[in-house]
Design a protein around this ligand. Structure first.
Ligand code: PLP
Length: 371
């Protein structure tokens, strides 16, 4: 059998498409606005149930979700601590919300903020800390990170763009911190094309996020604008409908991701590739992260020659090595530097089969011997 394994595949089965069309028809023929209404509410309610959280507030994308969380706290002119190992959407949101980026190093075992290093950087004047659940993995040191933030009275925001439905010690991604931020970009664990969600258990913050995504208007008096940091980050009913349908299938899709990750782990046992895993709880496994010392570009073209496209790393170029962030280029972030340079992310999406994973692992092991 000849394999060809693309970077990404996303399928919507016929039953899903028919349901979408039937309900879209209802939206387009109902006598109500196609802006946020019934289906956006349904999406938010289902997402709250999935994430075990009091409030879920839909917004236009994951970057807007982080931006909203930061504006709800108000970090204007304050420093916001983020890991340098993140997608630049995290730092873009900090800047757009009026904050100033401050970078912290990560742990080698889970690619997430190192609590020891956070302790050295945090003060009571920090506006917020953003933790990023890389690949969907909730750090096993999350309780320590929460405690550090509490001690200094600094709000904790979770960039949970990878971590839909991940749980650790029974607590879901998006409810460890004061606010959680999710993305529904097409490659993420669930998608609405473009879309985002802010989660929180805090009544005041929820109210503020609802206002901020709606121009900063008063939630109980639509004619009055009360919040100077507002913007328009609302979504529409068709996106709400899709989000609602995605909620119905996300757990079975994450279960499939877990099965495929286990297949990688079993196949690569005894090899030099070291999988990065969440050892306890439930993980969304947005990515299969494999630590390796093999030259990445060589490995990438080796896989390409065998019809396998490796996916984007998490991450390849940390914030302090981005040209836009040259002010940070001399930051001492040794673990970030090491981790960013020494891992790959082979394909992982529910549309893959276990046989395809076997093939990918066979090629990776072959590469190990030929390097
Ligand atoms: C995808 C992603 C975002 C941004 O989400 P969008 O919906 O694309 O705006 C933010 N942070 C991380 C870690 C991401 O992977």
């Amino acid at each position: 059998m000849k394999y060809k394994i693309p970077i990404f595949k996303l399928k919507f089965p016929l039953s899903y498409r028919l349901k979408f069309l039937r309900k879209a028809n209802e939206i387009l023929t109902a006598d109500r606005p196609i802006g946020e209404s019934k289906y956006v509410k349904e999406f938010e309610t289902k997402f709250s149930q999935l994430s075990n959280v009091k409030y879920s507030i839909a917004c236009s994308n994951g970057t807007a979700a982080i931006d909203l969380a930061l504006r709800a706290i108000n970090v204007t002119d304050k420093e916001v601590i983020i890991p340098s190992n993140t997608f630049f959407a995290t730092s873009v949101a900090v800047t757009n919300a009026g904050g100033k980026v401050k970078l912290v190093d990560i742990e080698d075992e889970n690619f997430s903020i190192d609590p020891k290093k956070l302790r050295k950087k945090i003060t009571k004047n920090i506006g917020a800390v953003i933790i990023v659940h890389i690949g969907g993995i909730i750090s096993k040191h999350i309780e320590e990170i929460v405690a550090i933030c509490k001690k200094y009275n600094v709000p904790l925001i979770e960039d949970a763009a990878h971590a839909h439905c991940s749980t650790f010690k029974g607590i879901s991604a998006g409810s460890w911190g004061d606010l959680g931020c999710f993305s529904f970009f097409p490659t993420k664990v669930m998608t609405t094309g473009e879309g985002g969600m802010v989660t929180t258990n805090n009544d005041v913050l929820a109210d503020r996020v609802r206002s901020l995504k709606n121009f900063g208007r008063d939630n109980s008096n639509a004619g009055i604008c009360i919040n100077p940091l507002g913007n328009n980050y609302k979504i529409n009913e068709l996106a709400g409908l899709m989000g609602s349908l995605e909620c119905d299938r996300v757990i079975s899709r994450i279960d499939k991701r877990n099965k495929l990750v286990q297949r990688y782990v079993d196949n690569l046992k005894g090899s030099s590739y070291i999988p990065v895993l969440q050892e306890e709880g439930y993980c969304s496994y947005y990515k299969m992260v494999l630590k390796t010392d093999i030259d990445r570009e060589w490995l990438r073209s080796y896989c390409k020659k065998h019809n396998i496209t490796l996916t984007g790393e998490v991450y390849n170029t940390p914030i302090h090595k981005q040209p836009l962030y040259s002010d940070y280029k001399n930051n001492r972030l040794p673990v970030t530097n090491k981790v960013c340079a020494n891992h790959i992310c082979p394909p992982l999406y529910p549309e893959l089969t276990e046989k395809e994973i076997d093939y990918i692992c066979q090629i990776l092991k072959k590469a190990e011997n030929e390097k």
